[in-house]
Each structure stands twice: as structure tokens, then as C-alpha cells.
Design a binder for this molecule. Structure first.
Ligand code: PXP
Length: 239
């Protein structure tokens, strides 16, 4: 098993800042270029149904022109599957989406939504897109993710970031089960310099997707420095 771990930089909050003034600055595409130059291994964007941050033209430029691995987060809808099949990102991460939420609050209920997920995953797989499901570290949900044809599971680290007791052990067991089921394991949500290392140290995890903290820290030290520091911490945890 390779010891490498990738960092996907989520740039949704750059679009949030741009949209606050309704203009063109800061431009998520330009920031994505800078993130890749600073050592990001890929770019994550979430095209939400309400387009509150990333918009269709951002998604189009980032997927079609950047030339980097794109992790396209989306709800399990026909509209989003159409867009993904047209833009052909490297991967799609299917997330639950509720209009009223501030950010993605819980993992996807794969068991309850099996009927809706199966045809969408089959369609994305058919388009050559690697499909990931964002789920809580629960055995039954992981088994369902394998059963519906996902290639990757992204474990929701939100409860761990909120210091729920026992959560690191649950994530460790879930990461081992994910690879045991033949799926690649990613993780993300709420990760910071202070809490990233125990997650990065889990040997099965191949990729972390991190956004809010990196963009916030960039206000203080600049985006390249915030990305470099996060990667250094991740790599330290692997050695
Ligand atoms: N992974 C997924 C599936 C997410 O929805 C988010 C938040 O958009 C992240 C990772 C990144 O979380 P954060 O912005 O807290 O680092």
C-alpha cells in the first residue's frame, strides 16, 4: 500500500467572497490555479442546487480548462448528473444537500436513497467518472456504498472535528472497512492544522478534502503558505 496522501483544496469559499459583492473578484478559477501551484493535488468544488457559491460558469472553467483533478461535489439529482457528464471531472462526490443548511451537515443516507443513487452512479461510472459517496463512519452505510457501485467513500469528519468522544476510533474502523470492501477511502469536513494529523495518520486514507480552514488561514499567511503547511502536517503524520 502506498503511503502517499493527497490534499484536495475546496475553493467554494472563494466564490462566497466573490458573490458577496456581486462582481468578478476574487476569481475561483485564478485561486484554483494558485492552489495547484502551491502543491494542492486537486481542486474540490460543490455546485449546489441554489448556486450559493460556485456557479455553472465557474464549474465549467475549472473542469474544462484547469487541467487538474477535479472533485465535483453534487447532490444526487438528474440536473447535477447531466452537468457532471458534460464537464467530466475526474471524480464526483455525492453529498446530501438541504437548502437551509450552512454547510453539508451529515453524511449521505445510502441505504434510504439506494433507488435514487443506483441509476445516477451507474450513469457517472459509464461516463468514466470516479464516484465517491460522502458518508458518516457507519458500517451499514459503508456496505451500502459498495453495493450501489461507488468506487470511493469520503468519510465525514465533522463529528470528529467537533470533538465527539470515540469518533477517531470510529473513523479508523470505517477506513479499514472501506478498503476491506475494495473501495478507496477519503475524508474531510472541519479539518484544521490542529486536528488533521490523527486523520492523516490513518493508513487507508488516500485523500483529504479541506476548504474552510485553508481559505480562512490564507487571510493571515496567504494561500500558498496555508496549503504548504497543511501538506507538511499531513506528510509528517504519514512518516
Ligand atoms: N468534503 C465534503 C464532502 C464537503 O461537503 C466539505 C464542505 O464543503 C468538505 C469536504 C470540506 O469541509 P471544510 O470546508 O470544513 O474543510
Amino acid at each position: 500500500m502506498t503511503n502517499a496522501i493527497r490534499l484536495g483544496v475546496n475553493i467554494d469559499h472563494v466564490a462566497t467572497l466573490r458573490n458577496a459583492r456581486g462582481g468578478l473578484h476574487p476569481d475561483p478559477y485564478t485561486v484554483a490555479v494558485a492552489a495547484m501551484a502551491a502543491g494542492a493535488d486537486g481542486i474540490t468544488i460543490h455546485l449546489r442546487e441554489d448556486r450559493r457559491h460556485i456557479r455553472d460558469d465557474d464549474a465549467e472553467r475549472i473542469c474544462l480548462k484547469l487541467g487538474a483533478p477535479i472533485n465535483f461535489e453534487m447532490a444526487a439529482s438528474g440536473e447535477m448528473a447531466d452537468i457532471a457528464c458534460r464537464l467530466r471531472p475526474h471524480g464526483v462526490c455525492i453529498v446530501p444537500e438541504r437548502r437551509a443548511e450552512i454547510t453539508t451537515e451529515g453524511g449521505l443516507d445510502v441505504i434510504a436513497n439506494k433507488g435514487q443513487l443506483l441509476p445516477i452512479i451507474a450513469r457517472l461510472n459509464g461516463a468514466g467518472i470516479v464516484v465517491s459517496l460522502f458518508i458518516d463512519p457507519e458500517t451499514a452505510q459503508l456496505e451500502a456504498a459498495a453495493a450501489v457501485g461507488a468506487a470511493v467513500v469520503e468519510l465525514h469528519t465533522g463529528a470528529y472535528a467537533n470533538q465527539r468522544p470515540g469518533e477517531l476510533a470510529r473513523l479508523a474502523a470505517a477506513a479499514a472497512l472501506t478498503t476491506g470492501l475494495g473501495l478507496e477511502c477519503h475524508a474531510g469536513h472541519g479539518l484544521t492544522y490542529a486536528n488533521v494529523q490523527p486523520i492523516a495518520a490513518l493508513p487507508e486514507i488516500r485523500e483529504l478534502n479541506i476548504g474552510h480552514y485553508l481559505i480562512g488561514e490564507a487571510l493571515l499567511v496567504g494561500l500558498p503558505a496555508s496549503i504548504r503547511q497543511m501538506k507538511t502536517l499531513m506528510q509528517e503524520a504519514r512518516s
